[in-house]
Design a binder for this molecule. Structure first.
Ligand code: PMP
Length: 426
């Protein structure tokens, strides 16, 4: 085992050797050194119940031994050849994804991060349509590369002072102080107006079925169908970013299935590798034909990552993680709604399956950003790790590994009850 230097020394070394952009959660962050399914351990051996799964990454649990077995076996056999040689794991993974993806989506290109998958999807839409521009939603997050950051609708993630001007933004449902159905209509009205003016220049619209970093923004069920109908009238493709929502997170393999929409292009990353870097953009045979000039990613879809992803898909299937997530998600959702009745600071509970958010608003109607931080810190000190998101950083995010138990949920709800009591009466 390593000689652990501890949180303080890590923070000092970060200041000395990383960039100031590398922020961290928590006033007193732990040094996490070990993971075991839904649990994390710090350098002193303290246990934490993980309710964030590294932002929807370890859906199958930390260091899941069954998945690790596949990773390690491949790692020992062949670690790297570039993907220009024939690779059986890569074609097997593409074939397996085709069997779980909606509609006629059967072609995959593998890369290593969510940003790269979205960048590829945007390129593919340009190649297919011959058009340059895109539409994205306010509150979205699609990545860190130039084009994907330009298509990101959250100010804090738009770092480049010279953003690409190919993107038009329309308001998401959270932009209106209206119930979801009404807000969806207003958002679509804005889309209609934009399409009338610019529709012929637009290659694709990119959306997250549930906006993760935007604050678990969950549109009503007809929203994306209405959007896609409009887009198709103008020959515009719909790119669905499932980077945070994919792989049983919402109780279906992909969140867009709840909305009964078949994307033209779908992107995925995070949970596909359960912690091993792998991502993909996938489409149907017609659109796939447009991507015909040579292109390859050195490490994208390497044999270790593909064998891992195959094991992930098998694990999700054999352990009925979609079904399990629906059941656990219902318990957690109901528990959070009870807390909402008890504590007025908890303004809204939203999301599907085990991608849930609780928005905290103060009595004066402003975002309860400090209270959100206090709750996160208190829970962490009591051994539970939660997420935080939303454009005002006031949404508690519940995105645990999907292998948690009903007991874990009870434990979380009890701890949250105490923490909410503390911030409500302070
Ligand atoms: N899309 C979504 C919806 C995301 O949540 C993220 C990362 N949080 C990305 C894209 C970018 O993924 P990556 O960090 O792997 O580049």
């Amino acid at each position: 085992f390593k000689n652990y230097i501890g949180p303080e020394a890590i923070i000092n070394k970060k200041k000395e050797h990383l960039y100031p952009c590398t922020n961290h959660f928590y006033k007193n962050p732990p040094q996490l050194v070990r993971g075991e399914m839904q649990y994390l351990y710090d350098q002193k051996g303290n246990q934490y119940l993980d309710f964030f799964a590294g932002v929807s990454v370890v859906n199958c649990g930390h260091c899941n031994p069954i998945i690790l077995e596949a990773t390690i076996t491949q790692l020992k056999q062949l670690q790297h050849t570039t993907t220009i040689y024939l690779s059986q794991p890569m074609v097997e993974l593409a074939e397996k994804l085709a069997s779980v993806l909606p509609g006629n989506i059967k072609h995959s290109f593998f890369c290593t991060s969510g940003s790269e998958a979205n960048e590829g999807a945007l390129l593919l839409a340009r190649l297919y349509t011959g058009r340059q521009s895109f539409i994205a939603l306010e509150g979205s997050l699609h990545g860190r590369t130039h084009l994907t950051a330009s298509g990101t609708g959250i100010d804090m993630w738009r770092t480049d002072p010279y953003m690409d001007d190919s993107f038009h933004f329309i308001p998401n449902i959270a932009a209106f102080d209206e119930p979801p159905e009404k807000a969806a209509k207003l958002s679509i009205k804005a889309l209609k107006k934009l399409l009338k003016e610019k529709g012929k220049d637009i290659a694709a619209m990119i959306i997250e079925p549930i906006q993760g970093n935007g604050g678990i923004i969950t549109p009503p069920l007809n929203y994306f169908q209405d959007i896609q109908k409009l887009l198709h009238k103008y020959g515009i493709l719909l790119i669905v970013d499932e980077v945070q929502t994919g792989f049983a997170r919402t109780g279906k393999m992909f969140a867009i299935e709840h909305y009964q929409v078949i994307p033209d292009i779908i992107t995925m990353a995070k949970a596909l590798g359960n912690g091993i870097p792998i991502s993909a953009f996938c489409t149907n045979p017609t659109i796939a034909n447009a991507f015909n000039k040579p292109s390859a990613s050195t490490l994208g879809g390497n044999q270790v990552a593909c064998e891992t992803a195959l094991a992930v898909l098998k694990y999700i299937d054999e352990n009925h993680l979609c079904q399990r997530t629906q059941e656990l998600g219902t318990t957690l959702h109901q528990g959070l709604l009870k807390l909402k009745d008890k504590y007025p600071i908890l303004k809204e509970v939203r999301g599907i399956g085990l991608m849930l958010g609780a928005e905290l608003i103060k009595k004066d109607g402003t975002p309860a950003t400090n209270e959100t931080d206090t709750i996160l810190e208190t829970l962490k000190d009591n051994g539970i790790i939660l997420g935080k998101n939303g454009i005002h950083r006031n949404v508690l995010a519940f995105q645990p590994p999907l292998i948690i138990t009903q007991r874990d949920i009870k434990n979380l709800l009890n701890q949250l009850d105490s923490a909410l009591k503390q911030v409500s009466f302070n």
